[in-house]
Ligand binder design. Structure first.
Ligand code: G3P
Ligand code: CA
Length: 265
């Protein structure tokens, strides 16, 4: 295994490839993740939910219909059924061999090559949490693979974070996985900072329309990183980098790499 790339080693604004290199490859597939690595993204972002037999798989929608040739909810299909589906042809026939990967498959492929932002989809939240809840499975997998320093967990469902932190306390581990609240609806800047404090966040991931220069300054003053999503426009990338974002989540990682290199030259 190559040496693990840790979140702390990053020097430039992070290029986070949204669902892999989504603009040019079918999202959340191994092809999209490999492409993100090849254009020198710093991190991939991916989405996980549970199959009927409770295996974490990498897919954005709760239903199979948009990105595969299957139909119905992911949670109503077994892994074996899901693995037979074509997850590439909807994007382009040349990707017909792509399938929905398990989280473990992706992690094994990328280990030591790139960091990863695992977004746990809110649909997978279970209250009360069973022993094999998605967040527990994610923690166990990351620890089993020794990848804690290259992983950032995000979610719109902020209740996952306390559970992750509790799991780490129960394991008597000193530090839990880094977590990042996702935020889509407008909230006051002060509330955003308070949210990060309450959730013991590493970073804050707002919709890009919510980002202001003062929000960036307030978050950074309190020690939080900020990674807005999803920015594909070059001018907006440039503006946010000049304002001081820690990184950008983009469907166009290659474009973002170029913008950053140009600004740094
Ligand atoms: O992590 C940022 C972004 O992926 C959140 O929204 O819907 O693209 O998963 P969505
Ligand atoms: Ca996502």
């Amino acid at each position: 295994m190559e040496s693990i790339i840790t979140l702390e080693q990053q020097k430039r604004p992070w290029v986070v490839a949204h669902r892999g290199y989504r603009a040019k490859y079918p999202e959340n597939t191994l092809a999209a993740f490999e492409a993100a690595i090849s254009v020198e993204a710093d991190m991939i972002e991916l989405d996980v939910c549970l199959t009927r037999d409770r295996v974490p798989v990498v897919i954005h929608d709760k239903a199979l219909d948009r990105t595969t040739d299957g139909k119905g909810l992911v949670s109503e299909h077994t892994l074996a059924e899901i693995q037979k589906l074509d997850a590439g042809s909807w994007f382009n026939a040349e990707f017909k061999e792509e399938s929905i990967p398990t989280l473990e498959e992706v992690m094994l492929k990328i280990r030591g090559r790139i960091t990863v932002n695992i977004e746990i989809k809110p649909e997978s939240f279970e209250a009360p949490a069973p022993a094999d809840a998605i967040e527990t499975q994610v923690c166990k997998l990351v620890e089993m693979l020794g990848m804690a320093d290259s992983v950032l967990i995000s979610s719109f469902e902020h209740f996952f974070f306390a559970r992750i932190q509790r799991w780490y306390r129960e394991q008597k581990k000193l530090t839990a996985l880094r977590v990042a609240p996702l935020q889509e609806a407008p909230i006051d800047d002060e509330i955003a900072v308070a949210l990060c404090r309450r959730q013991k966040a590493y970073s804050y991931h707002p919709d890009e329309s919510l980002v202001t220069r003062s929000l960036i300054q307030m978050l950074k003053a309190d020690g939080y990183q900020i990674f807005p999503y999803t920015i594909n426009d070059e001018k907006r990338m440039e503006q946010l980098i000049r304002w001081g974002v820690s990184g950008i989540i983009s469907d166009e990682p290659e474009r973002l790499v170029k913008v950053i290199r140009r600004l740094q030259s």
